[in-house]
Write a protein that binds this ligand. Sequence first.
Ligand code: HEC
Ligand code: HEC
Ligand code: HEC
Ligand code: HEC
Ligand code: HEC
Length: 389
Amino acid sequence: MTSKKNHIISFLIFFSLISIISPFFQCSQLTNTEYHNFVATNEFKNLIREEKISKCATCHQKEYENELKGPHTSAYQKLLEHKSFVNSNKYQCVYYTNEVNKSFDNCTGCHAPQNLYETFLFDSINKQDEFITKLIQIGHPRPNARTQEVERFTGIDCLSCHFDGKNIISLNHKKLKSDSIPEFQTLQTITKNNLVCYPCHFDVFKTINPEIAIRRTGSVLCTNCHQERNNIGEGTHYYYWQHDEPEKINSKLFLVMDDFHFSVLSSKIKGEIIWDNTTIPHKISPGPEMIMKCEVLDEDSNLLGSKIIRINKKKDFDKEMYEPLGKNLLLGEVGDDAPLNGIPIKYDVDLSDGIRAKIFKISLIHKSQYWFPDSLGVLSAVRFYPINN
Ligand code: HEC
Ligand code: HEC
Ligand code: HEC
Ligand code: HEC
Ligand code: HEC
């Protein structure tokens, strides 16, 4: 009886708290200061897209340069490369090629979108809660593609995320106390706080484990982990990705590798790798694959045993693509997805002579598509761990 009463009281406190703090949720707001007045001029409206972005660059040089090196600017370019690859004679999977050609315009919605706050997210500016409630019920939200080919080459650009057609939208999130309380992080709240990422990365949102994210960074903001920060903690607008240039090495990658622990079992002819995920707070996106190539070495670097661990979504995504692909499966090998429930995944490794095991080596390879051959992967990082026998 008392516990029921306590429940009701904590519910009341919870809801009054929510109603007090909700007016302060401010992740997207209009900013219409004089330095941005030029966006209303005809001169600006008549520029082609690339020139508009160059205009932003005149005052926001740092953001611009970092965007150019990151994933979003090249999103359309990568999509074109993909299409031309699957249509070349280097690639032989007719049903996949047909699907890419058929749904290309659909793909372009995420890879060269219309300005999100002018179109897809427009209603979120004034009626955020109602909008988000509806948005998260849609199975596959899709921004519309920019229609003219010449307008597409800037990929996902400043205007895609920051312009509603009249004003510049600021996306700075004011941190609240409730941001660091896992129980308060419903899908609705996480979407609200990262709304501009949702339309294209909704698969990731739907699986996020707030506890892991909060433990690592204090809140569930995508940019906490994915955006580079300068030495005083400000975002630089560089988003780490699988094609990082050498001068933009992502130290967070190593943390993923640090979660793989190796030990030799008492038989000495077997070892065990335990993946205890404390780093990735969400499942992987449908397309990409991370390969952990694990090797057990002796002190002269002779190979005693090895294991390939694949992290991908093949188990689920093949099912989703089965009908669109004319009842066919994508290629590639089934892998594991990141464990988010605190239960580690275990892998056996056969060893030729476990007594000599001294070094556990991990090579991390990134692939854009699990259904493409491993030879198209890029080696992102190599790490060595001592083995205590
Ligand atoms: C004439 C200079 C100038 C141009 C051109 C310019 N901005 Fe700004 N912008 C500023 C200044 C000044 C600020 C405020 C200081 C800051 O955050 O850097 C600002 C702030 C911003 C902010 C953050 C708003 C906030 O309140 O946190 C965004 C987003 C932004 N600009 C986007 C753009 C985009 C997109 C373009 C191109 C369409 C653009 N700006 C072009 C001068 C400019
Ligand atoms: C809902 C939005 C969305 C749609 C629709 C979409 N993509 Fe993507 N695409 C993404 C995201 C997000 C990524 C980044 C995933 C990652 O690497 O983690 C991506 C990555 C890619 C990449 C990898 C680029 C690289 O860096 O190598 C290719 C190629 C690609 N998509 C092709 C396609 C094709 C072909 C279609 C249509 C059949 C398509 N995409 C439809 C969101 C989308
Ligand atoms: C994928 C969406 C996206 C794109 C593309 C994008 N921004 Fe941003 N921008 C954001 C987010 C999110 C923030 C909030 C900053 C944070 O969370 O650290 C932001 C913040 C800003 C700010 C405020 C100061 C800062 O750096 O935090 C400025 C200025 C800005 N952006 C300018 C630009 C310009 C100029 C471009 C194009 C070169 C651009 N943005 C492209 C999402 C985007
Ligand atoms: C309009 C769709 C769109 C929006 C909005 C968007 N993304 Fe992306 N994102 C993509 C696509 C498409 C790619 C793949 C681009 C490529 O590889 O060329 C991508 C790539 C990425 C990657 C790199 C993945 C890799 O391959 O390593 C990260 C990280 C990322 N996005 C985070 C974010 C965050 C955080 C936000 C919100 C601030 C955001 N994105 C907003 C579509 C989008
Ligand atoms: C606590 C840190 C953290 C937070 C918060 C986080 N991620 Fe990630 N994310 C990771 C790590 C770690 C990886 C895997 C390492 C890598 O490849 O960079 C990853 C991988 C990715 C990738 C590339 C691989 C894939 O699965 O496609 C994308 C895209 C991505 N995250 C998007 C997001 C979005 C969108 C959000 C916000 C809803 C988010 N992440 C929140 C840590 C985080």
